[in-house]
Design a protein around this ligand. Structure first.
Ligand SMILES: [Zn+2]
Length: 512
């Protein structure tokens, strides 16, 4: 809008200037006399200027004509394409200029201009394999799905760009949530370029989402063979897929074959907790307690986890608390200093009603790592010891607002899952769940819980929860403030050559 206004004003100014110049010239006295072969021409100042301009145009035309003449001579000499080349060169120059303009527009985020330049370049160049890419990218930038799809379909028709077209269509379907078609397109893209890492990942993810575990294992194998995946990661992912294959059907009626899949998954990756759990269950289902024990122990040595302890308890469901305490020594002695071991030991001792020993088993966890589980166990211990109710309530109140401790968290989107799954329920990434502590912002505390200590009247616990909740949060908040500060300074450095002081002063005044 502003630009076109400026253009109009500039045009008016130029016309006015020319008229003024012509008027002044015609007032100037004098001129040029040209005498040539008996002819004598007298030119006024204005006529002289016009004659010079005419001469320049004639010179340019002559130059072009010579070019055409040379092309014609080449043509006469037997170069059939010389004349068409002479004309083609002009078209080509215009086409490549449009193409270059389009690329620049694309990089500057001007989708509409990129599309227009792409279409213009196509008119001059007739190279849809390049120009359609420009149009498609411009349309994507604008969010014009229909035009982009048309351009991708054109690209699919051309051998060289078939993959680009299929990939573009696949990404569109993915964005629309049409995973069925996306899966088909991903298979096609994988067929065209089996070593393309992004396609492998997308296909694997879609296959896992569609529970096509066999297909996913084949894709994973291709990925491993193309060297895009370290051997141990490939092994683990294969285990995850084998496990998923088993877990789709596993229940009391699962076939031997499916149980073997779980056992295979455990063999592939002994520290994969859900695989160990399922393998142990499979062994238990056929009455092989010895193997189940071995599987769980091995996994516990790698990474203690409550699910492992739960299955370990199922190996001898009817034993009394004392016998269980004794049998669990196999686990508790394996990783004695791990917090999970301390918690397990405390739970076993509480069940055996040895409350003082249970308190000792917890060690310094209530101070160093007061998770909801630790605090609940503390409440149980205090109750068992016969401490007054207010104290027990104090622990329970703190437990309500305490962090939940490690959970199955997606490494990709930090979504917290109640149980392990091969595919993240939120971002649909494959094999991203790990047993870690969610970041503080993920564990949203129920609203109004800060009032709870007052309501239940737990005098001893009153001030404890707030300090406990504040300490882990503090460093996180500080660290965030630090990182947000840094880029601001860096940007200021880019904008002005003499950075810190004026930039700081500017932001200070801006804040006012
Ligand atoms: Zn996720």
């Amino acid at each position: 809008m502003l630009l076109s206004l400026i253009k109009i004003l500039a045009f008016v100014a130029v016309v006015a200037g020319l008229t003024w110049g012509a008027a002044r010239l015609s007032e100037v006295a004098g001129g040029a006399e040209i005498a040539l072969a008996g002819y004598e021409v007298t030119l006024g100042p204005l006529q002289l200027v016009l004659a010079v301009a005419l001469l320049a145009i004639l010179g340019w035309l002559l130059f072009k004509a010579v070019g055409l003449l040379i092309a014609l001579l080449h043509f006469i000499n037997g170069d059939d394409t010389a004349v068409s080349r002479w004309f083609g060169r002009n078209r080509e120059r215009k086409g490549y200029k449009a193409l270059a303009d389009g690329m620049i527009a694309l990089a500057s985020g001007e989708g509409e201009l990129a599309m227009a330049k792409g279409r213009k370049a196509e008119r001059y160049l007739r190279r849809p394999e390049i120009t359609s890419i420009l149009v498609a990218q411009g349309a994507e930038l604008l969010g014009d799905r229909k035009t982009a799809e048309g351009a991708y379909r054109e690209l699919v028709q051309i051998d060289r760009t078939r993959f680009v077209g299929v990939r573009g269509l696949m990404r569109q379907r993915l964005a629309e949530g049409d995973t069925d078609t996306a899966l088909k397109l991903a298979r096609k893209a994988f067929e065209l370029k089996p070593r393309h890492s992004e396609t492998q990942d997308t296909l694997l993810r879609l296959q896992a989402e569609a529970h096509d575990w066999t297909g996913a294992r084949a894709t994973l194998d291709a990925k491993r063979r193309s060297g895009a995946l370290p051997r141990d990661v490939a092994r683990r992912r294969d285990a995850v897929l084998a496990l998923s294959e088993a877990s789709d059907v596993i229940d009391d009626t699962a076939s031997i074959e499916m149980r073997e899949k779980a056992i295979e998954a455990n063999r592939l990756s002994p520290d994969l907790i859900p695989a160990a759990v399922m393998a142990a269950r499979s062994y238990l289902a056929v009455g092989n307690g010895r193997y189940a024990t071995r599987v769980i122990r091995k996994a516990w040595e790698a990474e203690p986890h409550p699910d492992l302890a739960q299955v370990f308890a199922q190996i001898a469901p009817d034993e009394d608390a004392k016998a269980r305490l004794k049998r669990f020594e196999l686990l508790t002695k394996a990783r004695p200093d791990h917090p999970e071991t301390k918690l397990l030991q405390a739970e076993l001792l509480i069940a055996a009603e040895q409350f003082n020993e249970a308190r000792r088993a917890l060690g310094d966890l209530p101070e160093t790592d007061p998770t909801a589980r630790v605090l609940t166990l503390m409440a149980a211990i205090e109750r068992g010891r016969g401490t007054e109710d207010a104290v027990v309530r104090g622990w329970l109140t703190r437990a309500l607002t305490a962090p939940r401790g490690p959970q199955w968290v997606c490494d990709n989107c930090h979504h917290v899952h109640p149980a392990w799954a091969p595919v993240c329920g939120n971002c649909h990434a494959f094999d991203t769940l790990s047993w870690t502590r969610p970041t503080e912002s993920e564990t949203a505390l129920p609203r109004g819980t800060e009032m709870l200590p007052l309501i239940v009247g737990a005098d001893r616990g009153t001030d404890l929860p707030t300090t406990a909740a504040a300490t882990p949060e503090r460093p996180v908040a500080d660290a965030r403030a630090d990182t947000s500060e840094k880029p601001a300074v860096a940007e200021a450095e880019i904008v002005s050559p003499e950075p810190p002081k004026p930039a700081a002063a500017e932001t200070a005044t801006a804040r006012k």
